[in-house]
Design a binder for this molecule. Structure first.
Ligand code: ATP
Ligand code: MG
Length: 361
């Protein structure tokens, strides 16, 4: 029997745990068409919390409503690639002459300056306009999703936002969903590059509740004909802390252990699966997150790991013998990198499970 769990970045899991209702507003917007609030949405959350999977889910919802979808990651030149995608869709929809040859946007031409040159920007808007009018006559629309907007050049985001705002003003059926790390998204909105995005719906993703993880495991395993006692299911669910990547890892190794033991699971198998999942989480998430940090960043995190819960700037300043402005500089950098997050007034804590234990060991 095939292992249903998907412990890989961006891979759609066998069941979406803890996300019920989050896309209702968006789905309602698809039925309302142009200008509905849910059609403009920003998804935020720490690393591995399921942002990319949420985007994929929203894309599928849009397709089920007959909408066209363009899905891009925000790396340099992504706006031009969205332009190319739009031309492709116009050709596919078959109205009018092939456009690709005349106005292809390919990013290659303007290399490192990621902005569309002015004449291309006009073409971009015209292309979008043409596509949206075709879709409008068909009673559908276009959804654009942009992942990892924390990694992008602000000029491209603000240009995209300006164009989308323009389409909305013209009553055209467009939806836009961004996903990124929370701190970076806040910066983006506060800097005023795209004021119109402040009105977007915010979906901030969190860990799932443990009982939902248990219920999901019960369903997936019994669906595969494997019955596991409740207390073992619960033990496995607890070990995930509701963190989506760990939900997949623990599930994956539990399935593997069940397979080895002729589709039965005992205490020992659960212990083994949890250990394997935690090892893998450290390798994949923790070590890669730490790999591009400076020594000072590491000292900061090491000091945090000495606390059993959230830290304050004063505590860390004392431990690493640094002034408040230095502490706040490192704190902000680590927040932007998605490694730590604010945890109540003046406090911050690790944003990745297993990081504290790893740093202690
Ligand atoms: N709601 C969910 N329930 C169960 N598993 C999930 C859920 N959402 C995501 N996952 C799983 O968690 C892992 C991480 O998901 P995803 O890649 O979407 O996270 P992300 O927030 O985009 O991470 P990153 O910040 O690294 O881009 C994947 O293995 C995915 O299958
Ligand atoms: Mg992602």
């Amino acid at each position: 029997m095939q292992n249903p769990f998907k412990p890989t970045a961006g891979a759609t899991p066998p069941a979406l745990v803890g996300r019920a209702g989050l896309l209702d507003e968006f789905e309602y917007g698809l039925r309302q068409g142009s200008g509905a609030p849910g059609l403009l949405t920003i998804i935020t959350g720490s690393r591995g919390i399921g942002k990319t999977v949420m985007l994929t889910t929203a894309e599928n919802v849009a397709r089920n409503h007959g909408w066209a979808v363009i899905s891009r990651t925000a790396n340099p030149g992504f706006l031009a690639r969205i332009g190319d995608d739009m031309l492709g869709l116009i050709d596919e929809l078959g109205d009018g002459p092939p456009t690709r040859r005349v106005t292809a946007f390919s990013a290659a031409g303007f290399g490192l300056t990621t902005q569309l040159p002015p004449e291309r920007a006009v073409d971009w808007r015209r292309t979008g306009d043409t596509l949206l009018r075709i879709l409008d006559t068909k009673g559908t629309g276009l959804l654009i999703t942009v992942d990892e907007i924390h990694a992008v050049d602000r000029t491209e985001i603000s240009q995209l936002a300006a164009d989308v705002q323009h389409f909305i003003r013209d009553g055209l059926p467009i939806g836009l969903i961004f996903a990124g790390l929370p701190a970076a998204v806040s910066d983006l909105l506060n800097e005023g590059v795209a004021t119109f995005l402040r009105r977007a719906d915010r979906i901030n993703l969190h860990e799932a509740a443990i009982n939902e993880v248990t219920a999901s495991y019960r369903e997936l395993f019994s669906g595969g004909g494997v019955s596991i006692p409740d207390e073992l299911l619960n033990q496995a669910a607890e070990a995930t802390a509701g963190y989506p990547f760990l939900i997949q890892l623990v599930g994956y190794y539990l399935w593997l252990e069940a397979d080895k033991a002729g589709w039965t699971v005992n205490n020992d198998a659960v212990t083994k699966a949890i250990a394997a999942a935690q090892r893998r989480n450290v390798q994949v998430v923790v070590e890669s997150a730490l790999s591009d940090l400076s020594d000072k960043d590491r000292d900061f995190l090491a000091a945090m790991s000495m606390q059993d819960g959230p830290s304050t700037a004063a505590q860390i300043g004392q431990m690493i013998r640094s002034k408040p402005n230095v502490v706040s500089k490192y704190r902000n950098r680590l927040i932007a990198a998605g490694l730590i997050e604010t945890a109540g007034y003046g406090k911050f804590d690790f944003a990745i499970p297993g990081l504290r234990q790893y740093l202690r060991s």
